[in-house]
Write a protein that binds this ligand. Structure first.
Ligand code: HEC
Length: 221
């Protein structure tokens, strides 16, 4: 009887149900566990889901409706981004550089920027809309995001001043380093959900450089 009383916590309130449930748990705990109501949370509304569903994929899937050119983006960039990233994407003080570095990835001192390193325009859209301006994330409208992303891509000569970056064109933009990534992604957490590697995952490792060479690691005292 002790066991039955204890199960009341997990079942509906009436004593009859709890006695029944307790009996059933003794026979088949899992069946009851799956059916018991938790009474927690509410169903997410379509609007709430849309608020989280903001990823944009390389081919443009998920890109919200909107558009903008680099020419339009100059003002937004100057007002909201240049204070940290510099008028020409050169980075103020230690804030990140956004442009330049083309061709530097194969050197001992690679400069990784949106232009030199990032694989897809969609990555830039996704990141900027999700995370920038730093401290004011998700305050940009979709049109402002297209404008400012067009401006950043234009700083690295990926698109020209008049190119209309939009949900329709973003998947067609070819970034300089698009083919510089290993596909399929060999990292265990990048495996396809249909065939994830769960044990003894063989990821070949070849060290091709050391940060020490570019002198960013302080010497041991
Ligand atoms: C207050 C300073 C600040 C402002 C303003 C700001 N950013 Fe940033 N930005 C940062 C910092 C810091 C990072 C790096 C964040 C991190 O790595 O977590 C960053 C990273 C980025 C990156 C990725 C750079 C890379 O190669 O990793 C992009 C693109 C970017 N910002 C675009 C923008 C745009 C567009 C705006 C204006 C709408 C903006 N930022 C405004 C500070 C700022």
């Amino acid at each position: 009887m002790y066991g039955l009383v204890k199960t009341r916590r997990f079942t509906k309130t009436s004593v009859t149900t709890s006695v029944f449930a307790g009996f059933a748990i003794a026979l088949s705990g899992t069946a009851i566990a799956a059916e018991r109501p938790f009474g927690l949370g509410t169903l997410a509304t379509a609007e709430q889901i849309a608020g989280w569903d903001i990823d944009v994929r390389p081919d443009g899937k998920g890109a919200p409706i909107g558009s903008g050119t680099a020419a339009d983006g100059e003002e937004v960039y100057a007002e909201l981004c240049a204070g940290c990233h510099g008028d020409f994407g050169e980075g103020v003080d230690r804030w990140p550089i956004l442009a330049g570095g083309l061709g530097s990835l194969v050197t001992a001192d690679p400069v990784k920027t949106v232009g030199s390193y990032w694989p897809y325009a969609s990555t830039v859209y996704d990141y900027v809309y999700r995370a920038m301006p730093f401290g004011e994330a998700q305050s940009l409208t979709h049109d402002e995001t297209y404008q400012v992303v067009a401006y950043i891509l234009n700083m690295s000569d990926v698109i020209d001043d008049e190119f209309v970056l939009s949900n329709k064109t973003i998947g067609s933009v070819k970034m300089p380093n698009q083919s510089g990534f290993m596909l399929p992604d060999p990292r265990p957490d990048g495996q396809l959900a249909s065939a994830p590697c769960m044990q003894t995952c063989e990821v070949s490792t070849k060290i091709i450089g050391r940060a020490r060479i570019i002198d960013v690691t302080p010497d041991k005292q």
